[in-house]
Design a protein around this ligand. Structure first.
Ligand SMILES: Nc1ncnc2c1ncn2[C@@H]1O[C@H](COP(=O)(O)OP(=O)(O)OP(=O)(O)O)[C@@H](O)[C@H]1O
Length: 626
């Protein structure tokens, strides 16, 4: 539990001002105002519509930290998202003004940032690295390395993280920053682009009251000293956390119950007959009087809420707010964005690759566990199919081992799903904050996988190929490695595609397993392509990457070797070498209908499948924004 108060909490205003940093200082946005915001959604199963935000107005000034409070389902997130320009496919009306004028979405994104409830930090990076990578992604080479370092130092200091700058964020098996420190780091990294307006969705959720207070007080200091606008949706803050806010927006059932400065809250509610008792958490009291869901007498609670809302609608305070909105419009000033150096987009995938590389060697879950799993499988395969001979009895075991080496290995790519989903969540957060798009993400994701999959292919083959006694030549070994590598790459590409489309673990696991099961079934081993029914034969087999790998490995083994029929000369396959009591390996291939000399074609098709899946993943991420 964190109990230390931020140093500046004990200090004077001079201390607070010391936290002001030239790059964070807001002299661009003076007001954020909004007039009659309404959000309507269709009611399921009827033609009616429901207002989940109803006629909400307000004005927030530079240097103000605002609490958006209300019972569960009151519309806090909806209002936060609407103000932040993050509502999609939803009917909205009303206007939002910055400095009294309307702003394009692109310009608004440049002056604002959004901190989600889940911070999606990368556990294997240190606090400083987290900020450094955020800075390099957001600002690329538009600022010098010295300026980047200066900004990071300032943010670490502002959020009390200097002493923890080399601490890892933390993974499930490596403890790192505390919950509160993580939250502070998440907020700090969203300030790297110097937003003037910061939106935070429940910044204290999951934290105890001491940690919540600490996060909010650091934020308050940064907000005050840099004149930022900070808007937080918040559930039920403790009294001390509540008192940190400058103003309160109180919502219930989509309607405003109060908005205004925090010190005036007591006086206002006393004036409408709801005096906040002393020694009582004011946030708790206010939530109680506007909550209908948990009231014992719902009818009375609903009537009370209606009275509070209608008193607010006819209050002098609301008309004063409306006047101020009009005043801001009349005195409209342009939002002049600071000149930013040009960012070099080509550097973004390189930075992402660098970050993924650091993650991959520090986080055992990224690739380490999979390497260990494949090594276990290699030892298992090599010892089960141990030192097969060139006697005809080994032909079927060789074929079975090839099936295992191609099909089962690609099936196990499902182990990559959790790591990809984690990376995808980081991407969605960073894309929403305008850092980079799906092209950079897909390129970096592909290139970070290549060396690791190649390593897995080599390690697996070194162990299993020689233990099982596949055709003992360097060329044949390298061909085997190539097929396995393409197999793993195709299987990983399928995972990337399916998990991009369905970013829910159980769904993408079920679908990837189903597709790999299908590829196994139609790949040529379980049912010979000669008798496979036409439905599967004329589509599934052509896009089944396992089938090309199986064919390639079969040709690699059987086109190079003959097998002895043994005692009695009863050959299991009839080939031209039968009179010599031998089986020509090509005869085995003929049973499957596999031809030699097609390695180039099959490898080309595999590359096309890999590229195809990656392009589809790019398309999905381009279209899907969540
Ligand atoms: N896209 C949507 N379509 C239909 N209903 C929606 C949609 N978004 C939100 N709602 C509904 O609007 C109401 C307000 O939702 P919102 O998430 O804004 O509330 P909240 O105050 O943030 O709640 P909580 O504190 O529980 O997160 C809820 O009843 C919710 O079910």
């Amino acid at each position: 539990m964190e109990t230390t108060k931020p140093e500046s909490q004990h200090g004077t205003l001079a201390d607070v001002e010391a936290l002001a940093d030239a790059h964070l200082l807001n002299d661009t946005v003076q007001t954020l105002s909004f007039d009659s915001l309404t959000v309507t959604v269709p009611v399921k199963g009827s033609k009616e519509e429901k207002k989940i935000l109803d006629n909400v107005s307000g004005i927030i000034r530079a240097g103000e930290m605002v609490a958006l409070m209300g019972p569960s389902g009151s519309g806090k997130t909806t209002m936060l998202n609407l103000l932040a320009g993050r509502t999609h496919k939803i009917a909205t009306s009303g206007k939002i003004f910055v400095n009294g004028g309307e702003l394009s979405k692109t310009k608004f994104r440049k002056i604002s940032s959004y901190v989600e409830q889940e911070d999606h930090l990368i556990g294997s990076l240190t606090a400083r690295e987290t900020l450094d990578f955020s800075a390099r992604l957001a600002l690329s080479n538009s600022i010098t390395a010295a300026e980047r370092k200066r900004r990071i130092d300032a943010l670490l200091a502002s959020f009390g993280l200097v002493g923890n700058q080399t601490t890892l964020v933390g993974t499930p098996i490596r403890r790192g920053l505390s919950g509160g420190q993580k939250r502070r780091l998440g907020v700090a990294s969203s300030l790297i682009t110097c937003p003037k307006i910061l939106f935070l969705d429940e910044p204290t959720s999951g934290l105890d009251s001491a940690a919540s207070y600490e996060v909010m007080s650091y934020l308050k200091n940064v907000c005050k000293s840099n004149k930022l606008i900070v808007i937080c949706s918040i559930h039920q803050p403790s009294t001390s956390t509540f008192n940190l806010f400058d103003s309160l927006y109180l919502l219930s059932q989509g309607k405003m119950c109060y908005s205004g400065s925090l010190p005036e809250t007591r006086e206002y509610f006393a004036s409408i007959g709801h005096e906040i008792p002393h020694f009582y958490n004011p946030a708790e009291y206010l939530l109680d009087i506007i909550n209908v869901d948990f009231a014992q007498d719902k009818q009375a609670a609903s009537e009370q809420l209606q009275v509070i809302q209608s008193k607010w609608n006819s209050s002098e305070k609301l008309s004063a707010i409306k006047d101020q909105i009009v005043e801001a419009q009349n005195g409209k000033t342009d939002v002049v964005l600071e000149a930013q150096g040009k960012t070099t987009q080509i550097l973004i995938p390189v930075v992402l690759l660098h970050r993924s590389f650091v993650k991959s060697y520090r986080d055992v879950f990224a690739y380490g566990v999979r390497i260990a799993m494949y090594m276990g499988l290699a030892i298992m395969m090599g010892t089960v199919w141990l030192r097969l001979s060139t006697h005809q009895e080994s032909i079927q075991p060789f074929i079975n081992a090839i099936f295992f080496g191609s099909a089962f290995m690609s099936f196990m790519a499902v182990a990559y799903i959790p790591a990809f989903l984690e990376d995808r969540a980081t991407f969605i957060k960073e894309r929403n904050n305008g850092l980079y798009g799906p092209t950079s993400f897909i390129i970096a994701n592909f290139f970070i996988g290549v060396p690791y999959l190649f390593l897995i292919a080599i390690l697996f083959s070194v162990v299993s190929y020689w233990l099982s006694n596949f055709y003992p030549s360097g060329t044949a070994f390298l061909y085997w490695v190539m097929w396995l590598f393409l197999d793993l790459l195709a299987a990983e590409s399928l995972v990337v595609f399916v998990s991009s489309l369905f970013p829910i673990f159980v769904v993408s696991l079920a679908l990837t397993a189903f597709l790999n099961g299908l590829w196994m079934s139609v790949g040529g081993f379980l049912v010979s392509p000669r008798i496979l029914n036409v439905f599967w034969k004329y589509w599934a087999r052509y896009i089944d990457y396992q089938s090309y790998v199986f064919q390639g490995m079969m040709v690699n083994e059987f086109s190079r070797r003959n097998y002895e029929c043994g005692e009695g000369c009863h050959c299991m396959y009839s080939t031209p070498l039968e009179d010599k009591c031998m089986i020509d390996g090509d005869g085995v291939l003929a049973v499957y209908g596999y031809k030699t000399g097609k390695n180039g074609e099959w490898a080309g098709i595999l590359v096309a499948i890999i590229v195809g899946y990656r392009l589809l993943s790019w398309l999905v991420l381009k279209i899907k924004r969540t």
